[in-house]
Design a binder for this molecule. Structure first.
Ligand SMILES: C[S@@+](CC[C@H](N)C(=O)[O-])C[C@H]1O[C@@H](n2cnc3c(N)ncnc32)[C@H](O)[C@@H]1O
Length: 288
């Protein structure tokens, strides 16, 4: 990926996400999904992505992420933050800004760019409602030390009441937080890189840590080394979370030929976004 220019940022702005953050949900249609399947350019780009998956990743995903060294330049970080916003629509996020919500976890946060977006969303809701805000912690956890360093270097709190914190940690082994510590947990692209032996304990850990609700964004396409889970809503239901919203979204605005991403970062992949809430939430005074 080359360093993005101001023109590249302007091009991303034409996707309309500032005015319509749910644009990917609104724009999705089964017809686009079919046309993507039928389209030679989109099929070729996906084949190229499949072929570029590294042996190290296929051999042992966890070792791959643990040992990854990938410092990221500020301009690329910022571009990817905006680029990824398309396929991470803020479904259910208005609940994060409600009074009483004080802890949000972004599990498998990567470089922390979407963690910053989550905090920005909350700050934006508070400001629009004329609130001063209340103390809130948004915590990003990732297996990769290198990515946590990126997050610490680049992500900034958008509001004085919001603390952004980044820690390395292993969601499979479990995190050092008490039960129901977090009001909401997000897992963006985390479950998709875990086989069932790893994803099941991670889902157990998410359920243990989370009092209010869960947001999942995952790849639905098959891809070597990736694990699409169309049944993720059932797995959440087994753990006491009822799906409120579920959407299919494409990775970028659909165009028949080519891409509207000037850096052409990813193919037109298909994802799901699931927002689920606890069926029997633990009362605040019993939590911590
Ligand atoms: C596809 S990336 C998604 C990153 C980020 N959430 C985003 O949307 O850009 C998957 C992330 O999961 C992290 N990860 C993989 N296994 C993990 C584990 N056991 N515990 C915590 N994070 C893990 C990886 O290090 C990687 O940053």
């Amino acid at each position: 990926m080359r360093v993005p220019t101001p023109d590249d940022f302007r091009e991303l702005e034409t996707w309309g996400l500032i005015e319509r953050p749910m644009a990917a949900v609104e724009a999705f249609s089964p017809e686009h999904e079919q046309r993507r399947e039928d389209n030679e350019r989109h099929r070729r780009k996906r084949r190229e992505q499949e072929e570029s998956v590294s042996e190290a990743f296929l051999d042992d995903t966890q070792a791959y992420y643990r040992s990854m060294e990938r410092p990221i330049d500020r301009t690329k970080w910022d571009y990817l933050k905006r680029r990824k916003a398309w396929f991470h629509p803020p479904v259910g996020w208005e609940r994060f800004a409600a009074p009483g919500v004080s802890r949000i976890l972004d599990l498998g946060c990567g470089d922390g760019d979407q963690t910053e977006r989550i905090a920005e969303f909350v700050a934006g809701r508070w400001r629009a409602a004329g609130y001063d805000g209340f103390p809130m912690e948004v915590v990003g956890v990732d297996l990769s030390e290198s990515r946590i360093e990126n997050a610490r270097r680049h992500a900034r709190s958008p509001h004085e009441a919001i603390t952004l914190r980044f820690e390395s940690g292993d969601a499979v082994a479990g995190l050092d937080y008490p039960d129901d510590y977090f009001d909401y947990t997000l897992a963006l692209g985390l479950l998709e890189v875990l086989d069932d032996d790893l994803a099941e304990p991670v889902l157990d850990e998410v359920a243990r840590l989370t009092a209010g609700g869960v947001y999942v964004r995952d790849l639905l396409d098959s891809m070597p080394g990736f694990h699409p889970r169309p049944d993720v809503d059932e797995r959440l239901a087994e753990r006491g979370f009822e799906t409120r919203e579920r959407h299919r979204v494409l990775e970028e605005p659909f165009v028949e030929e080519g891409t509207r991403d000037p850096l052409d970062v990813w193919p037109m992949n298909l994802h799901q976004v699931v927002f689920a809430t606890a069926t029997d939430p633990v009362p605040a005074d019993e939590r911590y």
